[in-house]
Design a protein around this ligand. Sequence first.
Ligand code: SF4
Length: 553
Amino acid sequence: MPDSTEKPSAPTRRKAGRHRGEGQWAAGHLTPLNPNEQTKKDDDGLNVRTRIETIYAHRGFDSIDGADLRGRMRWWGLYTQRKPGIDGGKTAILEPEELDDSYFMLRVRIDGGRLTTEQLRVIGEISQEFARGTADITDRQNVQYHWIRIEDMPEIWRRLEGVGLSTTEACGDTPRVVLGSPVAGIAEDEIIDGTPAIEEIQRRIVGNKAFSNLPRKFKSAVSGSPLLDVAHEINDVSFVGVEHPEHGPGFDVWVGGGLSTNPKLGVRLGAWVPVEDVADVFEGVVSIFRDYGYRRLRTRARLKFLVADWGAEKFRRVLEEEYLLRGLADGPAPRTPVAQWRDHVGVHRQRDGRYYIGFAPKVGRVDGTTLTKLADLAEAHGSGRVRTTVEQKMIILDVTEDQVGPLVEELESLGLTTRPSPFRRGTMACTGIEFCKLAIVETKGRASSLIEEMERRLPGFAEPVTININGCPNSCARIQVADIGLKGQLVTDADGNQVEGYQVHLGGSLGLEPGFGRKVRGLKVTAAELPDYVERVLRNFQEQREDGERFAQ
Ligand code: SF4
């Protein structure tokens, strides 16, 4: 059984210093300081795959070891899902295991959001055969299933891996999916194609036991699009396309972004990296996180806390001197994008004269049958390439001009519009109480009905607006950076009853002028009041805004 404390390499062996209390391996804290760290030390999360295939899949759910069930399963994209029928009001008084269903949520990583129709068809088939038709497109370009039985996992892996997909490190304290521009390599206005860098990171880092015991999750992104289309401000490390005046196209490095509690925007290191060096720098940053990241408290274990304490200058110095063993060139910041939507929805010309077509499932919800039909459409009208986006949208690439109209019509008939209302286009929702054990309130169903209500009540509203809905204080749907962010919690209604509702955050954004929304003290709405409240806010904005003013200003 591997001992994860053996992993840090030479630069990490140093005496306890200033950060003695934070549980950093580099400060000599190799003895686990909390149960999560102990679980990871006891056995590498990646090793659970063998036990699933040889024991649990044959003997069933009840045979699963507790530390595997609630810990290591995540290293292969598996979380237990919430037992149906347990409402948010009871969550606080139940032990986590009382919320466990014997089914799992399974996340398939789709690095760069790149899919072939062969892969999409397999994803659709698995959804229909093993996941009761579920298949959500997440805001990290993944596909997420529900209702997965442990008995089916060997067959699911066989099918996914047969077409080059995987669930390796889709969750857990690991380097998770690498986000990428969904129009990499085809967009007319692209600065640089980050695809080779993503492929090298996948090859070198994912599933590598040198990086499979991080203090917490590690989120990353690579995009050479001037639209800044991967939410680079809120990843642990992001590589953003820039044109260097002397060296040409390359990437600007950002570190330490993240939402949830204590949200922080990433900071620039001021360093320019050519595409062939991105994987080296990625490896350096993830190594710093492994070695210097805080492990004592889970609530302080994300990279953003280390970056906040060190600052960009020290972080870059440690990266260059201890890990890369060379200096990085200084480089420019990315330009502020002009477009207000970054989701690639609609019909757009590619640099080769063909078109890509972005469309909007409602809050990322599709199903296995729809995905299979999409694969057919992408083959009939395109070249067989499909993409997922970080806005829970999808794109079909390589459509010739004469096929644009027919494809748009076919998509509409599947309920996948290329011309969504601003509400459908700008609303995101996390998994919520339907399946998530941490949830306090319902999200996706409520977001869908909110979209329909706003389309009915405000048919002429044409402003870009983002409405992000979370089922709990975590931020899987990025509430702090939405125009209207809604954080699920129990609230008191007019009759004094505890009911599902939301804390409101107003005026957050990414891209043009990134910043967190203001949490308006005491501003909470019940779920029943939500459509009236959102309508009021949007009508006020329409009536009072000045020329050119955006919602977040
Ligand atoms: Fe679950 Fe909360 Fe994340 Fe929503 S925000 S998916 S409820 S943990």
